[in-house]
Ligand binder design. Structure first.
Ligand code: NAP
Length: 408
């Protein structure tokens, strides 16, 4: 993959619309999952446990679960696959992958490279097609012992129901609605720079994308001004234009993002920048949306409860830390949250009270191959990444070995 970085990056960018630079970043990020899992495979240890009987020995074996499956979304066409494929192959499982309909080409290219690299026949298997057909077929087949899914919460819930038939193991990486808490002692330069990354990477189409910005009242206006200035500088363009931000994935996404902006403005929010699609001229689709900042957003607005999955940031002031934590936690989702502040004790107390699986402290891009990634509440079950994911692809087999207690 690394030797073919440019080819894969162009495929990712061309089919998903993300800027080429982000495509390149995804190749390195995606390769990291394979590398980490391959290294971690050396540490899939069994155990021996001291027995209470002199004629017994206790062995614990770790063995691959067998055939596994992966269903992935379009927003990270490569990395969401390798995050599942790496640990599966590393511990000795096979995998059937089903990429999103919007972005099958990256998965096909990955399979071609796997063949070139010598992955044996039958180990990595690709099925393209409609999720509502392929998903149920995978879960109806008793040979499939584990399915890892990344996508929407609604589809995740359906897969849980279907998994009952064969008690297929599931791990679910689902939707999010990430809060950003900016405490009054935050370094404003860091907060602005990292908040822009947390919000606008992949044009806001990331499960850990910042959605709600709670800013301490004493620095609210200063932050809003600096953040808006930074957002206004973001360039919008197609994947080959060296822009900061690409298009939205489809027309439905444009309608949804516009609805989040319009309903907020109608309910009293102020538009600080952006707010509508931008026309890039002939030959360019109407799916380019201006990076948008809203202020005076309240908790009852649609944007405060529904995942936007687009380039809109809604700002809201808060008066004390308890209020910020309460409002940040007031969501059915629990994937990612962000905290900005300088007083470590205060930051840590805030982190400990947030019901989120991934928390970036003064850091807008926390995902990395070696860390556990996953959500609480309606954002999913299980963790991927690091040594945490290996367990999901392993069976634990306990062997009670009766031996001659006397010995010679
Ligand atoms: P989606 O509709 O759930 O689609 C994701 C995948 O599921 C696609 O491959 C899709 O196939 C398949 N699918 C659709 N219906 C299915 C069914 N009934 N049974 C089995 N598979 C089915 O998700 P999306 O809206 O495209 O993706 C965005 C969502 O993914 C967001 O909510 C985002 O937060 C979440 N996400 C989460 C993470 C995470 O790690 N937590 C990471 C990235 C994205 P088709 O393409 O054929 O429909």
């Amino acid at each position: 993959m690394l030797a073919n970085e440019e080819r894969i990056a162009e495929t990712i960018a061309a089919e998903s619309g993300k800027p080429l630079a982000e495509g390149r970043g995804e190749v390195r990020y995606g390769a990291g999952f394979l590398e980490w899992a391959a290294e971690e495979a050396r540490r899939v240890y069994g155990e021996t446990i001291p027995a209470s009987r002199p004629d017994q020995r206790i062995l614990v074996l770790r063995q691959p679960v067998g055939v596994t499956a992966a269903i992935t979304p379009w927003n990270f066409p490569l990395a969401m696959l390798t995050r599942k494929l790496g640990p599966a192959l590393a511990v000795g499982c096979t995998q059937v992958i089903k990429p999103a309909n919007e972005t099958p080409l990256t998965a096909i290219l990955l399979c071609e490279l796997a063949i070139e690299a010598g992955v044996p026949d039958g180990v990595l298997n690709l099925v393209t097609g409609a999720g509502p057909v392929v998903g149920p077929a995978l879960l109806a087949d008793p040979r499939v012992r584990k399915l890892s899914f990344t996508g929407s919460t609604e589809v995740g819930q359906e897969l849980v129901r279907l998994s009952a038939t064969n008690l297929t193991r599931l791990s679910l990486e689902l939707g999010g609605h990430a809060p950003v808490v900016i405490l009054d002692d935050a370094d404003l330069g860091v907060a602005v720079e990292q908040a822009v990354r947390a919000k606008f990477r992949n044009n806001g189409q990331s499960c850990i994308a910042a959605n709600r910005f709670y800013v301490a009242r004493p620095i609210y206006h200063e932050f809003a001004e600096a953040f808006t200035n930074a957002v206004e500088k973001l360039s919008v363009g197609s994947w080959d234009m060296d822009a900061d931000v690409g298009p939205l994935i489809d027309d439905r996404a444009v309608v949804k993002v516009q609805r989040h902006v319009d309903t907020a403005v109608e309910a009293g929010a102020s538009l600080l920048c952006g707010g509508s699609p931008t026309d890039l001229g002939p030959g360019k689709s109407g799916r380019f949306f201006q990076p948008t900042v809203l202020s005076d957003v309240t908790d009852d607005m649609v944007i405060s409860t529904e995942e936007t999955f687009g380039p809109v940031a809604g700002l809201s002031p808060f008066d004390d830390d308890d209020e910020a934590v309460r409002r940040a936690n007031d969501s059915p989702y629990g994937l990612a949250a962000y905290v900005f502040g300088r007083d470590l004790s205060r930051v840590l107390r805030t982190v400990e009270r947030l019901d989120y699986g991934v928390i970036g402290v003064n850091d807008g891009v926390p995902s990395t191959a070696q860390a556990p990634f996953g959500g609480m509440k309606m954002s999913g079950m299980g963790r991927e990444g690091g040594h945490f994911v290996m367990e999901q692809y392993l069976e634990t087999k306990y062997v009670s070995l009766a031996i001659d207690p006397v010995g010679t």
